[in-house]
Write a new protein. Structure first.
Length: 320
């Protein structure tokens, strides 16, 4: 099969496209003929920070397509079924092998490009907001990095749940694009004081919940924007530098910090039910995810660089 791989950590240039062996089909494996690959934020972070478990290492953990083969223990899928699959690596390829517990059905009338971008973006946003964030109607949530995939999902889910939305983006133009998705208050993080704006919007109280999708040097401003006993969800980082929380910083703010890793729960019945609902809502159009750009799998270096540097509005996909 054709696949993208790398042997060492680094920038997009460490990846190469070429011929690699087909993945093995184990007893509980669903082998997907990949049609659409969703580039996730974790794909970039893993390439930079996580040493490859083996080499050559095929990155990527989400893609949609058609089931080609199943292992003898698989009961939920058969050849010809349309699915979106998750695995900790391997999606940047023509064939993607996932355990059955990490495969999710796609309705026959749904665009596979939309299905490919649902699980991580919308599932992560849902867990950050509700399962672990405890967001209630009328509360205020600050989404740092609202124009990315998880950010767009969070804006929509929170707005539809009756929360007050504050979102950051890199320009007034990008903030304007977010308004139809439910954003009420936009902050240009390049030119505005995030904490001061949040205090103005909340009449000095501070926000109830922060979703940090960007990481980096902006963490201190987000903590300053949070009310006492507020909740801070650590979700992702859009740059190479990773922030940290000080011991007394946590105590002084009396804040609750929660790390969000949706992939840890994607095999569970709870998440299977959640993703069935989210896939249906995206398929019906009640939730949306713009596709910012399409690349060929052979152009994965350019695709990763665009995600890292081009500030795409929504998700970027690759086609094998």
């Amino acid at each position: 099969m054709k696949a993208v791989s790398y042997t060492r950590n680094g920038g997009p240039e460490v990846m190469s496209h070429g011929e690699l062996p087909d993945p093995a089909v184990g007893p509980d494996t669903v082998l997907i003929g990949v049609e659409v690959i969703s580039i996730e934020g974790g794909d970039l972070l893993n390439r930079i920070h996580t040493p490859p478990a083996h080499t050559p290492f095929i990155p990527g953990y989400q893609a949609a397509g058609t089931v080609l083969e199943t292992g003898p223990q698989v009961t939920r899928f058969k050849a010809g079924d349309r699915v979106v699959g998750f695995n900790w690596s391997g999606s940047h390829a023509q064939l993607f092998a996932v355990p059955e517990r990490y495969a999710y059905p796609v309705p026959t009338d749904m665009d596979l490009a939309l299905a490919a971008v649902v699980p991580i973006a919308f599932g992560t946003a849902y867990d950050a907001l509700f399962t672990y964030g405890g967001l209630q109607p009328g509360e205020t949530v600050l989404v740092q990095g609202a124009a990315g995939g998880v950010g767009l999902a969070a804006v929509q889910l929170a707005a539809q749940a009756g929360a007050v939305l504050i979102g950051t983006a890199s320009s007034p133009e990008r903030l304007g694009l977010l308004e139809p998705f439910g954003l009420k208050h936009g902050i240009d993080y390049r030119s505005e004081d995030i904490a001061a704006r949040c205090r103005d919007i909340t009449a000095g109280k501070g926000v109830d919940l922060v979703l940090d999708l960007a990481g980096g040097a902006g963490k201190d401003a987000l903590v300053d924007a949070l009310r006492g006993h507020g909740r801070y969800a650590v979700i992702g980082a859009a740059e190479g530098t990773l922030p940290s929380f000080g011991f007394f910083e946590l105590i002084r703010k009396a804040m609750q910090v929660t790390g969000i890793s949706f992939g840890r729960d994607m095999h569970t019945p709870r998440v299977h039910a959640l993703l069935a609902d989210l896939v249906a809502r995206v398929g019906s159009g009640s939730l949306k995810m713009p596709i910012a750009q399409e690349f060929a799998l052979a152009d994965a270096v350019a695709a990763h660089r665009f995600v890292a540097e081009g500030h795409p509005f929504g998700r970027v996909i690759m086609l094998p």
